[in-house]
Design a protein around this ligand. Structure first.
Ligand SMILES: O=C(O)C(=O)C[C@H](O)[C@H](O)CO
Ligand SMILES: [Mg+2]
Length: 402
């Protein structure tokens, strides 16, 4: 079998998605997600100009060789743009391999380790009461795990609090929206949120929370301590992670489980975090961490150190990424949880798929490949719209982390 071409499809059924389609001389094609929220066209250019020309004529079955060729062969290693592009190729090639074998992808990875994949949804509200009501809705839908985010008194807007509750989308068209942040106000507020949630819902449902990279290590340590009695499933992205050692300080002070890694794109971003057991869950995703080939290397390292997986799965990761992630999750021995923010109906129509949700779990289908396709005619009806993630400033105007 030979690759005869590759095409990048950009579509915006409510938000932008970048999809790579790799075609072979045997009529089998594979698709991979290449969406990098707010920087979509950088990956498109990288794929079209620097990657696709190198794929033509290659045997699509030699996935490892293609991965190494694109990673080592670029000389310039890692980074989100490069690794998203490699991920898209890798996912498409796994899709082709599984279709050629007539098997669902998880069978090629080693088969099933579980029946279904436990997922968590995103509940959020302007205040504690509204967030609690949203958590109730997720529990009523059958979710066993819910992430809870609430508006903070005194701050006009807060990360994770959506206009459209079920379909959170932080990217906006136009130039980046500016948010204002105060760690002090946030730290005073969040323990009260979880106090309310445990009081109302008890301890049966898993609760999660995302700090979104906004605290210093000592602040994060204090928050972890304050939340201990509420038994969170995890506290996510407590600090920015350029400095992996900063997690040592948090770890020393709290038993609240820690998750990090949605912005990581390589095993080198989390090697110390994992090998020193500074985290409990690694959040790397198929699309942002070099595809299934690289993600399973990260998972294998994590397994040695009792770290479990918790793949990023916000709405900016397309159904193609989610489909591939579910095959990975169905196989990976050290699975923890999968994030699942529902895509809109329009998105689901553009990307027909064979996975389904029931009783708090997502289930992969048995279709050969990763089970997600793209309807290109429909995709063409939704042209690309430039969009940016927000930026964040402290109350005195200082640029901060969003
Ligand atoms: O889903 C999460 O945990 C996020 O933090 C979502 C991110 O803000 C989002 O994917 C950015 O594009
Ligand atoms: Mg997050």
């Amino acid at each position: 079998m030979k690759i005869i071409g590759g095409r990048v499809v950009v579509t915006c059924p409510g938000r932008n998605f970048v999809t790579l389609k790799v075609e072979t001389d045997e009529g089998i094609y594979g698709i991979g997600d290449a969406t990098l929220n707010g920087r979509e066209q950088a990956v498109v250019a990288y794929l079209q100009e620097h990657v696709i020309p190198c794929l033509v004529g290659r045997d699509p079955q030699q996935i490892e060789d293609a991965w190494q060729y694109l990673y080592r062969g670029a000389y310039w290693r890692r980074g989100p743009v490069t690794m998203c592009a490699i991920a898209a190729v890798d996912t498409a090639l796994w899709d082709i391999k599984a279709k050629a074998a007539g098997l669902p992808l998880y069978q090629l990875l080693g088969g099933r380790s579980r029946d279904g994949v436990m997922v968590y949804g995103h509940a959020n509200g302007g205040d504690i009461e509204e967030t609690a009501d949203e958590v109730a809705k997720y529990i009523a839908l059958g979710y066993r795990a819910v992430r809870a985010q609430s508006g903070v008194p005194g701050l006009a807007s807060t990360y994770g609090v959506a206009r459209d509750k079920m379909f959170y989308e932080p990217a906006d068209t136009g130039l980046p929206t500016e948010n204002i942040w105060s760690s002090e106000k946030y730290l005073r507020h969040i323990p009260a949120l979880f106090d309310k949630l445990r009081d109302r819902f008890g301890f049966e449902c898993h609760l999660l929370h995302d700090v979104h990279h906004r605290l210093t290590p000592i602040e994060a340590a204090r928050l972890g301590k304050d939340l201990e009695t509420y038994r969170l499933f995890w506290l996510e992205d407590a600090v920015t992670c350029e400095n992996q050692e900063s997690f040592r300080l948090i770890r020393r002070h709290t038993t609240t489980p820690l998750a990090v890694g949605e912005v990581f794109n390589s095993i080198h971003d989390c090697r110390q975090l994992i090998s020193e057991q500074l985290i409990d869950y690694i959040r790397t995703s198929v699309v942002h961490a070099g595809g299934i080939t690289h993600l399973r290397r990260i998972a294998a390292l994590a397994e040695l150190f009792h770290v479990r997986t918790g793949c990023h799965g916000a709405t900016d990761l397309s159904p193609v990424c989610l489909g591939a992630a579910l095959h990975f999750d169905t196989w990976v021995p050290n699975f923890g949880i999968q994030e699942y923010m529902r895509h809109t109906e329009a998105t689901d129509e553009v990307f027909p798929h064979s996975y389904h949700f029931a009783d708090g779990y997502l289930y992969v289908g048995e279709a050969p490949g990763h089970g997600v396709d793209i309807d290109e005619t429909l995709a063409a009806r939704y042209p690309y719209r430039r969009a940016f993630l927000p930026v964040n400033r402290l109350e005195d105007g200082t640029m901060f982390n969003w």
